[in-house]
Ligand binder design. Structure first.
Ligand code: SDX
Length: 428
């Protein structure tokens, strides 16, 4: 298929542009020479039809509801793998053998502590600061402490800073929670698993031992897997664009955290649980579904719809199953889950949602689990950022190590005033 071409005719003149094929999924029209050839730009503000890069990390088929990480289906990884193994897979391209996994886990566990002076950063925030504000600030500040791993042209620096970011995010997130509730910070315990360590740093207190509930640890680890990476979503694209200028990885990940915070993206998990709580009871669902369909009402069903999935988000399927597992293990129920189940059923049977192909996404059920485990809704997006850090770091490494990498610099369709002369204030 090397000679597959796309033709474009403007003003009677025709140009050919090469078509590139991936290992699977849509072909791309290589328009890198379009402006130089035609003097015109393409126009795609939300990047609905634009491939920004070549990547071998994650493949999504939105029509079929397929999500693969380095070729492995998310359902199989969620069922059989763990977050450290998936992290290794995303970073290195293959599943590790037992020795490789043990080495990776040991490396990560040795970077879980923060520089002691970073603790004072937390003191500068109000106690009621949103944890995502804290995450943005503290992660950005890491570049002030780790000068020995910010030379992005050095593969060893890239490796160390990648491991530092993956390792320190649980510590930073747990400390944001502790600071909010006024409890002392807990230091990491490297004898625990990555996820167990996070749970102890979050819910443990110095005054007593913390018992890690196996079902909670398993569910939390699975939630991390489900959030690890997701192709060129808004926050990953932010990390790539920030990284394309040569900014250090800590600053790039802080930029990704800022973007993820938005309710249209990672902030949807917090917004979704708040929405379910506002609905409160199943009898109020029809009113909210009508609001979501009303063009004049800005209200949208949070946790529903997706730019790529026009079928069920495979992560939502796993998440719904995990709700039941956690509820059973903790012997809890939450009327919110019943509201979510009935809301999903009503929406999926409503013509508006069927026509627009709107389905539950990863954020629709995660809140019910996180709330049952004990997290406040304000921590939900911080947990998403914790898990997505490995995806951001893997995508950043893939971009930086691409020899063809160049700074991202989109153009525009200009609709402002054309050139005009300055008018002195006395004549205005
Ligand atoms: C994540 O990109 C990723 O991969 C993201 C993510 C990841 O892992 O990184 O998967 C994580 O961000 C999941 C999405 C979380 N966001 C939400 O749940 C917020 C609610 N969803 C929507 O705001 C919306 O669906 C988006 C933002 C997710 C996607 O929006 P698009 O692709 O820009 O689609 P759109 O806004 O153009 O919607 C198409 C139509 C519109 O109606 P029309 O203008 O065509 O008449 O569907 C409607 C929208 O009004 N619509 C909804 C809706 N989502 C879209 N109507 C009601 N409720 C909704 N949730």
């Amino acid at each position: 298929m090397a000679d597959k071409k796309a033709q474009l005719t403007i003003g009677g003149e025709t140009w050919n542009f090469p078509i590139m094929e991936g290992s699977t999924g849509p072909d791309v029209v290589d328009i890198r020479k379009l402006y130089a050839s035609t003097g015109a730009f393409t126009y795609d503000p939300g990047f609905t039809s634009t491939a920004s890069c070549e990547s071998a990390l994650t493949y999504i088929d939105g029509d079929e509801g397929v999500l693969l990480h380095r070729g492995y289906p998310i359902g199989q990884l969620a069922e059989h793998s763990n977050f450290m193994e998936v992290s290794y897979l995303l970073l290195n391209g293959e599943l590790p053998n037992a020795g490789e996994l043990a080495d990776f886990e040991n490396t990560i566990s040795r970077h879980t502590m923060l520089h002691e002076q970073l603790m004072t950063f937390y003191r500068g925030f109000r106690r009621d600061a949103h944890p995502m504000a804290v995450m943005c600030g503290v992660v950005g500040a890491l570049s002030a402490f780790y000068h020995d791993s910010t030379d992005i042209s050095d593969p060893e620096h890239r490796r160390i800073s990648s491991h530092r970011l993956i390792a320190k995010m649980p510590t930073i997130a747990a400390m944001a929670y502790k600071y909010a509730v006024g409890q002392p910070f807990m230091y990491p315990d490297n004898s625990l698993s990555y996820t167990g360590n996070f749970l102890r740093m979050t819910f443990g207190v110095p005054a007593e031992n913390y018992e890690i509930h196996p079902a909670v640890e398993k569910a939390m680890d699975r939630i991390f897997i489900l959030h690890a990476d997701h192709e060129q979503n808004a926050s990953t694209s932010t990390v790539r664009l920030a990284g394309s200028s040569g900014a250090n990885p800590f600053a790039c990940i802080a930029a990704g955290i800022a973007c993820l915070w938005g309710p249209a993206h990672g902030g949807a998990n917090e917004a979704c649980l708040n929405m379910l709580r506002e609905i409160g009871t199943p009898d109020r669902i029809p009113h909210y579904i009508e609001r979501a369909k009303d063009k004049n009402d800005p209200f949208r069903l949070m946790g529903f719809g997706h730019r790529v999935y026009k079928n069920y988000d495979p992560r939502a399927t796993v998440m719904q199953k995990t709700v039941r597992e956690v509820f059973d293990a903790l012997n809890v129920t939450d009327p919110i889950f019943e509201v979510a189940l009935q809301l999903e059923e009503m929406a999926l049977n409503d013509d508006y949602f069927k026509e627009k192909r709107l389905f539950p996404n990863v954020d629709f059920y995660s809140g019910a689990i996180l709330s049952a485990i004990g997290f406040p809704t304000t921590m939900f997006t911080a947990l998403f950022a914790l898990a997505r850090t490995v995806g951001w770091v893997a995508q950043w490494n893939e971009m930086i190590s691409d020899p063809g990498q160049k700074i991202g610099r989109p153009r525009q369709l200009y609709t402002g005033p054309t050139e005009r002369d300055y008018v002195p204030v006395s004549q205005r």
